[in-house]
Design a protein around this ligand. Sequence first.
Ligand code: TXA
Ligand code: MG
Length: 338
Amino acid sequence: MQTVKTQRLDADAAGIAQAAALLRAGRLVAFGTETVYGLGADAAQPQAIEAVFAAKGRPRFNPLIAHVADADAAFRQGCETPIARLLADAFWPGPLTLVLPARSDSVVCAEATAGLATLAVRVPSGAAVLRLLRAVDRPIAAPSANPSGRVSPTEAAHVLDGLAGRIDAVLDCGPCPVGLESTVIELRGDHPVLLRPGGISVEAIERLLATHGAPRLRRSGPAGDAAPASPGMLASHYAPDLPIRLDARHVGPDEALLAFGNTLEGAGLTWNLSPGGDLDQAARHLFAGLRLIDTQAMRLGLTRIAVMPIPAHGLGLAIRDRLQRAAAPRPADGQMDA
Ligand code: TXA
Ligand code: MG
């Protein structure tokens, strides 16, 4: 693929205006959201979307999320239902993605939805990204701004590590405050379905649904199903270079440790996700920590990353999901989620 010079833009008025102009011209611009950095392109321009898949090396069957500045803009693309409005009012702007039946007058092109009849939409939070979306004034498709299958980026420098030379610009919005991707909920049948745990806890969604007497949230099949409900829910993803061992209660001499809470005796190279055992803090540090410990462990000649047990409540569910997929056997190139 052709190499371009990737500009780093400050998230000030001039930088945001330049990012918006690039996006409107069909170019690729990464930007920070509250979850992770996204690789943005105008969702209505097939050749811009094609360039996103090419830059990431992402399988074409894996659809993209359309990002918009508010719920009304989202419901101009996907069909509004009472539950969709309830969730939107409670959690947008914020780390929630809704998969809705696509409207017949949606401007999002078939390349972005992988030809599906549904459309994923989200209103991210963060002053800079919202200013950018308002300035562009059209849906922006944005997968996480990492090469397909690798660890998601939570800082502009991570984006440049993976995609410099393949994208036009990155808008530096600082480190992402949530640190892992949005929760994805599908709303097309009688019950809302959890497709991916993420930055809004399942408990918060279940509480809201119960308070309003809405149908209960269903969990989709495990990641790696032969026919995943979400085309992106393939097993291997978020992969660092070194293999990962989960639920470690001891640490071997050839292992680095990704700790949570009180660290393990005998641990050498250690990155603690949260010494105090706070799951929100652990989520914020997860991807940056995986990158750092991977690089340092390789340098020291260690052969594996051991990860301490993480509780499965709150953001712990999403942390465990990402770690399980980081630890999953890796398929041949081009077969991984993005
Ligand atoms: O927090 C996030 O969601 C980040 C930031 C940049 O917004 N984006 C992100 O995008 O994580 P991506 O492409 O890495 O993951 C999107 C997930 C994939 O698993 C994809 O398969 C799923 O959403 N998805 C998108 N459209 C879908 C649809 N119509 N039906 C089912 N799943 C869909
Ligand atoms: Mg991704």
